[in-house]
Design a protein around this ligand. Structure first.
Ligand code: ADE
Length: 231
């Protein structure tokens, strides 16, 4: 079973995303052991402080190295971690290939970034990877950590009931997913493509592939340029 530890100053933020629907079921079925830690629990300060003023002066506070190293050492004394991730807008851009890679690991820590950042020595010495979920700035790394965790956990065997469906996703074969429809077949004159009602499994499969290619060419031609074998 994968063990995923998240270290944060805002553990409450994870109560929503991890306690509903598919992720909730994955935890209940013991397909993933997901543990959220409050960084404040590792502060030795009387007031449980985990941040301090930046050297050199500037607006905002910086997360201190000491409670972070205490939290990491506490976890590392219990098991060997494959990756210690720090979430930050200046990290490596996250994508499906990285989600796939992470889903094969056994023990992962995600340290959530802080709006003003952490002491650079944390990044230089204590973590193994920095990940950004996109070129925009969030108030903290928590939502980014939730995005990473969600995309990784859904790939674990047994989490999504239909085993093929995770493989059918957009990006999994570097193509966008084809459109899907459900009843009614005709809604106020807006009709479902005839082929999907035909019952021809082979033809439907071909149609879906063509739709994927067409959607990718139209909406994300950059994906095809990166992987010209798909054109
Ligand atoms: N923290 C703030 N913005 C972020 C982003 N885009 N990705 C990861 N962590 C972040």
């Amino acid at each position: 079973m994968m063990r995923l530890d998240i270290i944060t100053v805002l553990p409450e933020l994870f109560e929503g995303p991890f306690n509903h629907s598919i992720l909730k079921r994955a935890r209940e079925k013991r397909l993933v052991d997901l543990v959220v830690h409050n960084l404040r629990d590792f502060s030795t300060d009387r007031h449980k402080r985990v941040d301090d003023y930046p050297f050199g002066g500037d607006a905002g506070m910086v997360l201190s190295i000491e409670p972070i190293e205490r939290a990491l050492n506490h976890l590392k004394s219990q098991r060997a971690y494959d990756e210690i991730i720090y979430t930050s807008p200046d990290g490596l851009p996250f994508n499906q290939a990285e989600a796939n890679r992470l889903s094969t690991l056994k023990h992962i820590i995600i340290l959530c970034g802080h709006y003003k950042g952490v002491d650079q020595r944390v990044r230089d010495h204590l973590i193994t990877r920095e990940i950004s979920i996109g070129d925009y700035v969030l108030t903290g790394g928590e939502l980014a950590a939730a995005v990473i965790a969600d995309s990784v956990i859904r790939l674990l065997p047994g989490v999504i009931s239909d085993e093929t469906s995770a493989l059918m996703d957009s990006f999994q074969d570097r193509l966008l997913a084809p459109p899907v429809y459900t009843r009614p077949a005709d809604y106020k004159g807006w009709k479902v493509p005839e082929i999907l009602l035909s019952g021809h499994a082979g033809k439907i499969e071909n149609w879906r592939y063509e739709q994927s290619l067409e959607r990718t060419r139209k909406l994300r031609p950059d994906l095809l340029e990166e992987y010209p074998d798909k054109d």
